[in-house]
Design a protein. Structure first.
Length: 539
């Protein structure tokens, strides 16, 4: 007799059935669109074409700018930077470009296709994330309609972090890794060891590779607990504990294959543990349940906790650990919401489908639920393949007209693009204090001419510079000492910053330009212009 802990394979067949298109010749099958293709295209249209802010939403964070410039530096020099190239406050200090491989891809894309290519690539990654999540739900045994509804909810919840930055890689890689592990739990084979070389690539693309170790740790611990509470499967579970512990060890060793070796892990560990970063960086803080996408996350959170409790009742400890651990992480840091979605949504869809299929009326093909279920099964056949249409659609977007509204620059509703352009010569040559997100944009616009005081790399600056930046920009006690210590002669901040109000009352500072977003101050304009002119003559 099978034990309760063995019941992690759903009642319905996990693999979707082939449709009639499977009988077609290869070239006709490849040209016939599938439902997976429709989801891929629909996500891009829904998020980035049909509604505002469209593609601009992917450039809502200025970090994209310095990621591009780091990649360009690597392409030009053939080496990964070891020291800081962007600041005058910590010039030459040790720095970890721990997403260097993603930055190379971003830079190469930008060189050939501009920001259009960067945002299109990010949009493709988001759509791929949605399709993989949906197909993984179906593989777990979710009915098509339930999987589709949960996917819509998941795409909305994860949109809190849709930005053209390296973390999108983790969204896709993590789904693949979890899927591979669940497949191996059911039928172990040698292919699971492909996660080891995958870890090498992942480590050099984004620091989210650590999520794989959390996943493997939960898998090994959960398997051990399942073996302890159920003697009928104890031997099999202990084999899994050994297998996944060895896999985790191999993946951990593989992650050391990066330009910084084990020092990268020490740096990331200090970064995620830093109380200072948790206090000052919004995405490291608990989510605020106000925006629509966070409310969608709240629905998934409640659903996930209930599913975890149901799984524990059935002694499926591994999946419960995954859901509850990432629920905790997502409640303490909003940036973990998409990761929680990846773990919780497929299991929720699978368990909801299990309950749906147990309704007596579903088994009656003439009842409304029975007809709905038959429709769901018929639709599931269209998700098992991918045709040429997603590729053709991406090419259409890439070479399409201006009506697609791809950005040529960062969005001017978040960055003072026109203000900076009007004062470009002065800004790129001055010793400037800028809002950290705008400093990212200054690096994008003016590097290597521009150096900044502080940008979005909080892991690099830490409280040493970060506290001084906060004191100056927010007008805290000691702000004037910071201004004198670093001899700023230019300030670029939003009107709402306390520093803007303070400098308006300081006779040594003069406003030279402003717009609806920001304001530019110059300290003693004649001296500043003369200094910049002398610098140009010397160069």
């Amino acid at each position: 007799m099978s034990s309760q802990a063995e019941e992690f394979v759903p009642d319905r067949v996990a693999a979707p059935r082939k449709d009639a298109v499977a009988a077609m010749p290869g070239w006709r099958r490849f040209l016939t669109p599938s439902l997976s293709d429709l989801v891929f295209i629909s996500v891009i249209v829904w998020l980035f074409i049909a509604v505002s802010p469209g593609w601009d939403r992917l450039l809502g964070d200025g970090d994209t700018g310095w990621h591009i410039r780091v990649g360009e530096s690597i392409l030009q020099t053939g080496s990964v930077p070891q020291t800081d190239p962007f600041s005058f406050s910590k010039a030459g200090a040790p720095w970890y470009a721990w997403e260097w491989l993603s930055e190379v891809v971003l830079a190469a894309t930008h060189q050939h296709l501009g920001l259009k290519g960067v945002t299109l690539g990010a949009g493709v990654m988001v759509a791929l994330f949605a399709v993989l999540l949906l197909r993984y739900m179906l593989w777990l045994g979710a009915t098509t309609l339930v999987a589709f509804l949960v996917t819509l909810l998941s795409v909305g919840a994860a949109s809190i972090h849709y930005l053209a930055r390296p973390h999108l890689v983790t969204f896709v890689f993590l789904i693949g890794a979890i899927w591979a592990l669940e497949r191996d739990r059911r039928r172990p084979d040698k292919w699971i060891w492909a996660l080891v070389p995958l870890t090498i690539v992942w480590t050099n693309l984004h620091g989210g590779f650590l999520a794989l170790f959390v996943c493997l740790g939960g898998l090994a611990a959960g398997s051990a607990i399942e073996g302890l509470i159920d003697p009928g499967i104890r031997q099999r579970r202990w084999r899994q504990v050994l297998r996944y512990s060895l896999l985790g060890t191999a993946c951990a060793a593989a992650s050391v294959v990066n330009p910084y070796g084990i020092e990268l892990h020490r740096h990331i560990a200090a970064y995620v543990r830093s109380d200072w970063i948790k206090d000052v960086v919004a995405e490291f803080q608990s989510p605020s349940f106000r925006a629509e996408n966070v409310l969608q996350y709240e629905v998934l959170l409640l659903l996930g906790v209930m599913v975890a409790a149901w799984l524990l009742m059935r002694r499926r400890v591994v999946e419960a650990i995954w859901i509850l651990s990432w629920a905790h992480f997502s409640l303490t840091s909003a940036r973990h919401i998409p990761i929680f979605v990846i773990f919780a949504a497929p299991l929720a869809a699978s368990e909801l489908s299990r309950l749906w299929l147990k309704w007596p009326s579903v088994r009656n093909p003439r009842s409304a639920p029975g007809i709905l279920q038959q429709l769901s099964e018929d639709l599931s056949r269209g998700f098992a393949r991918t045709s040429a249409w997603p590729y053709l659609f991406v090419l259409l977007l890439l070479f399409g007209g201006a009506w697609l509204r791809f950005p040529a620059d960062f969005p001017d509703n978040g960055f003072p693009v026109a203000l900076i352009s009007r004062n470009a010569d002065l800004i790129k040559s001055g010793r400037i204090l800028a809002d950290d997100d705008w400093a990212d944009y200054l690096i994008y616009r003016f590097y290597p001419d521009q150096r900044v005081f502080m940008d979005g790399r909080t892991d690099f600056y830490g409280p040493e510079i970060g506290d001084k930046y906060m004191a100056a920009v927010y007008g805290k006690p000691g702000w004037s000492s910071v201004m004198e210590e670093y001899r700023f002669d230019l300030v670029l901040v939003p009107h709402r910053r306390a520093l803007a109000a303070l400098l308006k009352q300081d006779e040594s500072w003069t406003i030279i330009d402003s717009d609806k977003l920001g304001i530019v101050f110059v300290r003693r304009p004649e001296d500043t212009v003369a200094r910049i002119g002398a610098q140009r003559e010397d160069s």
